[in-house]
Design a protein around this ligand. Sequence first.
Ligand code: HEC
Length: 126
Amino acid sequence: MGASACLPVCLGLLLISGCDRGRPRAAEPQAPPPIAASLPPVDVAAIAHTCAGCHGTGGRVRDSAFVPLAGLPADRFVATMKDFRSGKRPSTLMGHVAKGFLDRDIEAMGAYFAALPAQDEKGGRR
Ligand code: HEC
């Protein structure tokens, strides 16, 4: 559940920023509505951006050992991410990454990356 993973972090940041200046907090945060009911539409470009730190901007890599995400077939991407999430495919950290996403997030990312132009290892278009 993507939103639920953010919640403790976001609340923590709110508390820290509210307390360390010694000012009273403006307002108590409202109890959030049930997550499933409050999910906004998937902003797939924003999600995909979080992958870029390791996999390269836009899912492209130039000279690393990472498999480029750009141009990866959607069905392979979706199967890989679900296998990371379930632990079927062993990983050092993609299991943790994948646990942050719902099926619909993974499917939206699959379509997004599949539509990005693949590049060769020097960054040129294939
Ligand atoms: C902190 C670095 C990091 C981030 C952030 C990251 N990855 Fe990865 N990714 C890895 C590593 C490392 C591997 C190799 C598997 C492992 O050991 O976890 C990998 C492997 C993969 C693979 C398998 C490629 C293949 O076929 O071998 C896919 C697909 C993938 N990542 C997708 C993503 C997506 C989508 C995101 C963003 C939601 C993301 N990754 C974010 C580090 C990262």
